[in-house]
Design a protein around this ligand. Structure first.
Ligand code: FES
Length: 159
């Protein structure tokens, strides 16, 4: 197995975050990064802080959520390292997660995820983080999704 430089940075970031928080839920940062065909999901010119954009990735049945947090985030992209995206399917029972006031909330049983910390669960019944969707930005500001860290809820394979 070959570990890319980017993946090594992700793993080390996860270890650092885990040691800083002392939380045992760091396991999801080690979820495999699964690459899929790139999909344009937005442009930096159209993003406003804390205004989520919903899209489907890696297929039409998988809802994702893109947001510019206005503060640096783990694996964030853009000049402020604050643009992140996640699967919007709650890892408890698959309800649609919503972005509200700087956090990601599941309306079914109120699990809450921290989008600045790779969608780590900090309250509720969910036991794992939301899969993070990896992003890259082109020079013209177009934002592309190109991989998912982990398995989307309810699936044996992401596609
Ligand atoms: S489905 Fe989200 S907390 Fe239960």
């Amino acid at each position: 197995m070959v570990i890319t430089r980017r993946r090594l940075v992700q793993i080390l970031s996860g270890l650092t975050m885990a040691s800083m928080t002392g939380v045992g839920r760091a396991q999801f940062w080690f979820a495999p990064s699964l690459t899929y065909p790139a999909l344009k999901v937005g442009n930096t010119r159209n993003l406003q802080n804390n205004q989520p954009v919903y899209f489907n990735y890696p297929d039409s049945r998988a809802q994702g959520l893109l947001v510019k947090l206005g503060r640096p985030a783990l694996l964030g992209v853009g000049s402020g390292r604050d643009i992140v995206a996640f699967s919007a399917s709650c890892t408890h029972m698959g309800c649609g997660v919503q972005y509200k006031g700087g956090r990601m909330v599941c309306p079914c049983h109120f699990s809450m995820y921290d989008p600045a910390k790779a969608a780590q669960v900090y309250q509720g019944l969910a036991s794992t983080s939301l899969p993070q969707i990896q992003l890259r930005i082109q020079a013209n500001g177009d934002i592309f999704a190109n991989a998912v860290n982990g398995l989307i809820w309810g699936r044996a394979k992401n596609i």
